[in-house]
Write a protein that binds this ligand. Structure first.
Ligand code: G3I
Length: 375
C-alpha cells in the first residue's frame, strides 16, 4: 500500500471544504523548520493514512513522523518470538514517500507490555534473553529506516528514583539493584543492531530543572563517561495544566547539550479544560495555549542542541488526552478536529521564522551537531 500525496499539493493554496479559516499550504512548519535545520514531527497512526486530510496535512506540515503505538512491544511482538511489523512498516513507507524521517518509539518500557510478557513469570535469565531478542530484532528490521530510537521510555519517577519494573527489579534482567545498568544494556544492544541509529532516553515531567531531570542528566553524564552509546534525551512535554508550565527548559536543554547529546521535544501537547459539549471551557485558553507552544518552539529553535520539535499527534480529532482524562481535557494539538490550524499552529510557525531571522548561524551549528552524531 503506498500513500503518496501529489507534489503539487504542497505548493497549492487551497481552502478546506469546511467553514472556517483556509489553510495555506504554501506555508508550512516543515519549510520553516528546514531553514533552521530542525526536524518537526508528529506522532502518527498508520490506520489514518487513508483519510485524505490526515495524510495531506501530515505530509505538507511535517518532516518527521513517529508511530504513536505501532512500534511498541504490544504491536511488534504480540506473542513471544513472533514479530509483526505491518503497522510500523506503513509509517516507514509513508515517510519515505514524503521525504520524512522516522523516529522509533519505543524499545523498552515498564508498562503497556503484552500479557504474555507481564504474566509470563520469567526468570531474570529468560527476561534478559527476551529483551535482547526484542531489541535486536526490532532495531535490525528498521536499520537505516528509523534514524532515531527511544530506547528506554519513562524509567525514572518524579523523585529521580528508578521505577520498579519488569526490566529493572521485578524480577529484572539480572541487574536489579545496579541502578541504570539495565538501561545501559538496552542501549548497547540497540547500538549493536544499528550502529548508525541515534539512541535516546525519553521521559515526561523532566523538561525543566527538577529531581527527575537531574537524575537523567546524571545518567547521561555517566553513560558518556563510560562510552555507553547514548545520543540524546527526549523531553516529552505533555502539558496537562495551563497553570503549571515548566520553567528552566532552556537551561535543561543547554546542560544536556553541553554533555554532547541532542535533545528532541518528543511528545508535546497542551491540554485545555473542556466543557460537557467537548469545547474549551474558556475561549481565551486557545491564546494561552498558543503562547506556550510558541515559547517552547522558540526555546528549541534557538538552541542548536535541540534538533527536533514534535507533537503527540497533530489534529484534535485524534489525541490520547480526551480518552485519558475522560473528556475533562482536550484540544491539545496544533490543528482542530477539522484540520484547521489553531492559534498554536501560527505561534509555532512564527517562532520558527523568528528564530531563523534572529540567528541564521543556528542552522550551521545544528547541522554540524546532526552530522557529527551520524558519523
Ligand atoms: O488497539 C486497541 C483497540 O483494538 C481497542 O479497541 C481499544 C479499546 O480501548 O484499545 C486500543 O488500544 C489502545 C491504544 O492506545 C490505541 O488506541 C490501548 O488500549 C491504549 O492503552 C493505548 O494508549 C496509548 C498509550 O501510550 C499506551 O501505549 C496511547 O494511544 C498513546 O498516546 C500513549 O502514548 C504515550 C507514549 O507512548 C509515552 N509517553 C506518554 C504518552 C501518552 O500516554
Amino acid at each position: 500500500m503506498r500513500f503518496k500525496i501529489s507534489p503539487n499539493f504542497l505548493t497549492v493554496l487551497i481552502a478546506l471544504p469546511i467553514v472556517g479559516q483556509p489553510v495555506c499550504f504554501a506555508q508550512s512548519l516543515r519549510k520553516e523548520a528546514q531553514k533552521l535545520g530542525l526536524l518537526v514531527g508528529a506522532a502518527v497512526d498508520p490506520a489514518r493514512f487513508s483519510e485524505p486530510l490526515y495524510a495531506e496535512m501530515l505530509a505538507s506540515q511535517f518532516n518527521m513522523a513517529e508511530p504513536e503505538n505501532a512500534m511498541k512491544w504490544q504491536a511488534t511482538e504480540p506473542a513471544r518470538g513472533q514479530f509483526n511489523f505491518t503497522a510500523g512498516d506503513q509509517v516507514v513507507e509513508f515517510a519515505e514517500a514524503h521525504q520524512m524521517k522516522v523516529r522509533g518509539h519505543n524499545l523498552l518500557w515498564g508498562v503497556f507490555n503484552p500479557a504474555w510478557l507481564t504474566e509470563g513469570h520469567f526468570t531474570p535469565d529468560e527476561l534478559r534473553s527476551i529483551m535482547k531478542n526484542h531489541i535486536i530484532t526490532v532495531v535490525s528490521h528498521y536499520r537505516a529506516k528509523v534514524f532515531a530510537w527511544d530506547v528506554v521510555n519513562e524509567a525514572f519517577d518524579r523523585n529521580g528514583q528508578l521505577k520498579h519494573t519488569l526490566w529493572y527489579d521485578r524480577p529484572g534482567i539480572g541487574l536489579a539493584g545496579q541502578g541504570t545498568a539495565y538501561i545501559a544494556q538496552a542501549f548497547r544492544w540497540a547500538h549493536q543492531a544499528d550502529p548508525k541509529a541515534l539512541l535516546f532516553y525519553n521521559d515526561y515531567a523532566a523538561e525543566g530543572l527538577n529531581a527527575k531531570s537531574d537524575a537523567i542528566y546524571a545518567m547521561v553524564k555517566d553513560f558518556k563517561r563510560r562510552h555507553v552509546p547514548i545520543d540524546g534525551v527526549g523531553l516529552q512535554m505533555h502539558l496537562m495544566d495551563l497553570n503549571q508550565i515548566p520553567t528552566s527548559v532552556a537551561a535543561n536543554i543547554a546542560r544536556l547539550a553541553a554533555l554532547g547529546v541532542q535533545v528532541h521535544i518528543t511528545e508535546m501537547d497542551v491540554a485545555l479544560p473542556m466543557n460537557a459539549s467537548g469545547k474549551p471551557l474558556h475561549r481565551a485558553d486557545l491564546s494561552r495555549q498558543a503562547k506556550i507552544y510558541g515559547e517552547m518552539a522558540t526555546i528549541c529553535a534557538e538552541q542548536p542542541g535541540c534538533t527536533a520539535f514534535q507533537t503527540w499527534g497533530f489534529t484534535d480529532k485524534y489525541s490520547w488526552i480526551p480518552h485519558y482524562t475522560r473528556g475533562e481535557k482536550g484540544d491539545a494539538l496544533l490543528f482542530d478536529a477539522n484540520y484547521r490550524p489553531k492559534p498554536a499552529y501560527r505561534a509555532v510557525l512564527k517562532a520558527f521564522a523568528q528564530a531563523a531571522r534572529k540567528n541564521p548561524k543556528t542552522i550551521e551549528r545544528r547541522l554540524e551537531i546532526e552530522h557529527h552524531s551520524l558519523q
